[in-house]
Design a protein around this ligand. Structure first.
Ligand SMILES: NC(=O)c1ccc[n+]([C@@H]2O[C@H](COP(=O)([O-])OP(=O)(O)OC[C@H]3O[C@@H](n4cnc5c(N)ncnc54)[C@H](O)[C@@H]3O)[C@@H](O)[C@H]2O)c1
Length: 316
């Protein structure tokens, strides 16, 4: 693969994740086929890639000309065969259902050339399950983008039982060529990012339920305290800064106080029963004024973009 960028890529499934992934691939110089079985989803994806490119233009990461070029490299299709037949690299982003993904992998295998890499954006299905029954499981790999894929740099690359080192390396190099931050993992439920996020969410929900602080103050503690630090230094590197002896003495009494519930938070159970699901229903753990949700989304994207630019510039 010259310059580590495949000549042709395909993204299968153009829902929430597909358009941003397709834009990042096209931006790196690859021709991209964005495929969906649903013509309406594909229509929304045309707007999706345009919106994602507008976001990158607003942050100065794409110019008018480079955005135009990237968008020109994306082809939309409802034909799996057209999408994958000349692809060197595929990102599968269909809904998180094992049988559906297995069917798509089986169909793709029959259409692609022998050295095409087949990656899955699954959030949690073991890659080894997608390798079962495939004739060339060594070229199947997890490539888990974080949402929104054109804004959040990390990409978890997950080895299944049969993934070849070369497959991992090619996937990693492609992520680097897209200016993303690849991390390589063995498969484990939730992968690394969600395991840590869910540990934080469990403790935050537990503290909210006990009433020790308001939900606003719990979130503020994380955003303006550990969250800010963690954007610059990971928790393991932070341990060296704090001193392992300090961690040892605090952890000796604090670890046993932390929430270790294996069930779901009572607070979340209540809200789900009431059908207060968050942004999608206009009310969740927090209440939102009319018109507030789109404005919050816009402001958060703008802040994330600025933060990403600063973090990418920093070399710490
Ligand atoms: N949404 C997120 O925040 C997020 C983050 C990381 C990973 N993921 C993972 O990415 C994958 C896709 O998630 P999403 O949120 O984009 O899903 P989505 O439901 O928004 O979109 C999936 C798209 O796949 C299409 N589709 C269904 N069957 C298909 C088929 N056989 N061939 C081609 N297209 C088909 C659907 O029409 C739909 O447009 C899932 O595995 C999910 O777990 C999602």
């Amino acid at each position: 693969m010259p310059n580590q960028v495949p000549n042709t890529s395909a993204v299968i499934g153009s829902g929430t994740m597909g358009p941003g992934i397709a834009l990042m691939m096209a931006r790196s110089g690859s021709a991209v086929y964005l495929m969906d079985i649903d013509e309406k989803a594909l229509q929304r994806a045309r707007e999706g890639v345009q919106m994602a490119s507008n976001v990158l233009k607003s942050s100065g990461e794409l110019t008018e000309a480079s955005a135009h070029q990237a968008l020109g490299r994306i082809h939309f299709t409802t034909s799996l065969s057209e999408a994958v037949k000349s692809a060197d690299f595929i990102s599968e982003a269909v809904p998180e259902k094992l049988e559906l993904k297995q069917k798509v992998f089986s169909e793709m295998e029959a259409l692609v050339s022998s050295d095409t890499i087949l990656s899955s954006n699954t959030s949690g299905i073991p890659i080894s399950k997608l390798q079962e029954g495939r004739s060339r499981p060594e070229r199947i790999v997890g490539m888990h983008w974080s949402n929104p894929p054109h804004i959040i740099p990390v990409i978890e690359i997950i080895r299944g039982d049969h993934t070849a080192d070369q497959t991992v390396e090619t996937t990693r190099n492609y992520a680097l060529a897209m200016n993303q931050v690849p991390v390589v993992e063995h498969e484990i439920p939730g992968f690394v990012e969600n395991r840590i996020l869910y540990a934080i969410m469990r403790e935050a929900l537990h503290l909210a339920e006990t009433g020790v602080a308001s939900m606003e103050d719990i979130d503020a503690t994380i955003r303006w305290g550990i969250g800010m630090k963690l954007a610059v230094i990971g928790p393991l590197a932070l341990l060296d800064v704090a001193g392992l002896d300090i961690y040892h003495s605090v952890a000796s009494y604090l670890n046993q106080e932390l929430c270790s519930d294996t069930g779901i938070s009572r607070l979340v159970e209540e809200k789900v029963t009431q059908k207060n699901l968050g942004f999608k229903t206009g009310k969740g753990l927090f209440d939102y004024a009319p018109g507030e949700i789109p404005e919050l989304m816009r402001a958060r994207v703008a802040t994330l973009l600025k933060l990403r630019q600063e973090l990418m510039k920093a070399d710490v």
